[in-house]
Design a protein around this ligand. Structure first.
Ligand code: CA
Length: 224
């Protein structure tokens, strides 16, 4: 471990992004800035960083959807959300989406640096966990694809599928799917989750070789 840890900061506010990049660089982190969710998804696939700082309010996609897509494509490094909204629901849904921590704007640079260091230490201590769903997920267009074929999903279907794809092979609680897919506080019956899953199954079936969604009695669903 000779090189400095590589941190990607995804923030569409140019001034804030530059400030954070400069601040983390002066703290001996190899920091770079990106302004769009699609950019970090591409970067993580080709050259994954050691940590991502991810703004929730991005112009091209909700940061939580970007996080779900990163996790679904197997990105395991820590993700720290930045949010302008100091609401409990946001923090909860961010962590449900596969984030590791969050900071509410405005924050002190020293606080960001301390959180980044803590997450990097935690990640170095944890065993790697292999995850591959085989499905490509595009949060900007809400499409999923396999082998060059694509199918369009609704925003809710996209979030539900992303949540399932985060842990392929493992059951995901119905309540976790509701938290990922629906607005905070929405009342969603088991029947309507079932209906969504049925629609998602039909769409996945149009992609040859795609995993299928099976029900796990008393728990929820899993992708395999
Ligand atoms: Ca923003």
């Amino acid at each position: 471990m000779s090189a400095n840890p590589r941190v990607v900061i995804v923030e569409d506010d140019d001034e804030l992004r530059e400030l954070l990049v400069r601040g983390l660089r002066s703290a001996d982190l190899d920091a770079r800035g990106l302004s769009a969710g699609a950019d970090v998804i591409r970067r993580a696939a080709s050259d994954p960083p050691d940590l991502v700082v991810l703004d929730i309010g991005l112009p091209d996609a909700d940061g939580r959807d970007v996080c779900l897509a990163l996790r679904a494509q197997g990105f395991r490094a820590p993700i720290l959300f930045l949010t302008a909204r100091d609401a409990v629901v946001d923090r909860v849904s961010g962590l449900d989406a596969g984030g590791d921590d969050y900071l509410v704007k405005p924050f002190a640079l020293a606080e960001l640096e301390a959180r980044v260091r803590a997450l990097l230490r935690r990640a170095a201590a944890a065993a790697p966990e292999p995850v591959t769903a085989g499905l490509a997920l595009d949060p900007a267009t809400h499409r999923t694809g396999l082998g060059g074929r694509w199918v369009e999903l609704s925003a809710t279907e996209f979030r539900v599928l992303s949540a399932l794809a985060t842990r392929p092979g493992y059951p995901v609680r119905r309540s976790a799917l509701v938290a990922a897919g629906w607005p905070p506080g929405a009342r969603v019956s088991d029947n309507s989750v079932e209906a969504f899953v049925a629609r998602l199954r039909r769409k996945l079936a149009t992609l040859p070789g795609a995993p299928s969604i099976s029900a796990v009695r008393g728990v929820g669903y899993r992708l395999r």
